[in-house]
Design a protein around this ligand. Structure first.
Ligand SMILES: [Fe+2]
Length: 385
């Protein structure tokens, strides 16, 4: 056995969490030695006013800045190339990302190209980013992706219409500023969908073959927080629920950055790349399908998930308790009014063989408690359809 097979690691950025965290974005960029900021965001966020507030804080510290906001959902390779060109042309030296998972992932991609050169496709996979990247400050505006605290970036290869997963410790942001106030401008639908992404992160990290005592408590606590706060956060957006969800997203992000993910994400990535469907919505459909099939490979852990989701599992066998986790997930999806079938998204059954080919090769499949062969992945897609 290789010595590396027995080693485990745990890595997090500097994390500042709480109402008002955005106000130190200028100080944070300056503390990292920055003088010229590339501010990566998206057009929707410009309208919310958070970008203007960010700019005020940058100006207050005497920083120069340029805004790059041509980032779509499921960020594309050509957007990253364009952002990297802006970074170089304007001679930026620090990146600030304000947004959900898409602008943060785009910022990571831009950071890679800024110092490693080449094409973003060259870095798909694990630890292929060899040169240090520009310092990054990330400010999440959704409680879903957790990208502000992870060493993951997911970028769409536009020619292949497939998502590329980039995992590298080089792209861990230096500072995450998590301000629950920013969640106020999320639509109820986005709160629900991104919240299901957080739940998928927490559950997949918890049952991952790379989970360990430093990731498990965060993963399980995130499951608990989602169960307590997600429905309220989506319905009423009261600050207590939003704070709960921002903490859930943070803890799930910490857990999955270090324990990686599983079959839900392996199957979700090809759907996002091929049909450009929102990542959180795809996860909501896939999560119960995968949990049902995964359960036998990690009964005790799914039983603990059921308990964290509020099920009374006292006196039950592990199998009966694990089944409660599935019931709780289905109920949550129902309460949130989210789609529950892939057929609701114009997913074509004829594409399933191609989708399964990519899902089988997705890096997230490697840490699922069970490595699904191609034919079983096709079955999972059909069950979700
Ligand atoms: Fe995700």
């Amino acid at each position: 056995m290789d010595v590396y097979d027995s080693l485990q690691k745990f890595e997090v950025p500097e994390i500042i969490h709480g109402i008002g965290a955005l106000s130190i974005v200028g100080k944070s960029a300056k503390r990292l030695g920055g003088e010229r900021v590339l501010l990566v965001t998206d057009p929707g966020l410009v309208k919310t006013g958070w970008v203007d507030e960010t700019i005020e804080h940058l100006r207050a510290e005497g920083l120069k800045y340029v805004v790059y906001d041509n980032v779509s959902t499921n960020p594309k390779d050509f957007q990253i190339e364009e952002g990297a060109q802006v970074y170089e042309k304007k001679q930026c030296d620090v990146i600030v990302a304000v947004g959900g998972g898409s602008p943060v992932d785009a910022a990571k991609g831009i950071a890679i190209l800024a110092s490693n050169r080449g094409a973003i496709q060259d870095y798909e996979g694990c630890n292929l980013v060899t040169q240090p990247v520009p310092p990054m400050v990330c400010v999440p505006t959704t409680a879903g992706a957790g990208a502000d605290v992870t060493q993951f970036a997911v970028v769409t290869n536009s020619a292949k219409r497939m998502k590329m997963v980039i995992i590298s410790r080089a792209i861990m942001p230096e500072i995450a500023l998590i301000d629950p106030r920013l969640l106020m401008t999320e639509s109820p639908e986005l709160v629900a969908a991104t919240g299901m992404d957080t739940l998928a992160h927490a559950i997949e990290a918890y049952v991952s073959s790379l989970s360990w005592p430093l990731t498990d408590p965060h993963a399980l606590h995130a499951v608990e927080l989602v169960s307590q706060h997600l429905v309220n956060a989506a319905r009423s957006k009261d600050m207590k629920s939003l704070e709960g969800m921002s903490l859930a997203c943070l803890e799930a992000g910490i857990a999955f950055s270090n324990a990686i993910l599983g079959a839900v994400h392996a199957l979700a990535h090809p759907l996002g790349g091929f049909y450009d469907i929102h990542h959180g919505l795809v996860n909501a459909v896939l999560l119960p399908v995968v949990v049902k099939r995964n359960m036998d490979h990690s009964l005790d852990k799914y039983a603990r998930i059921a308990k964290a989701m509020g099920a009374d599992t006292a006196g039950m066998t592990a199998r009966a308790a694990a089944k409660c986790a599935l019931d709780q997930i289905r109920k949550l999806i129902d309460d949130l009014g989210l789609p529950s079938r892939l057929s609701q998204f114009d997913v074509n059954l004829e594409d399933i063989a191609r989708l399964a080919e990519f899902a089988e090769a997705d890096i997230c499949m490697q840490t699922n408690p069970y490595r699904y062969p191609r034919d079983e992945i096709e079955t999972l897609y059909r069950e979700a359809w």
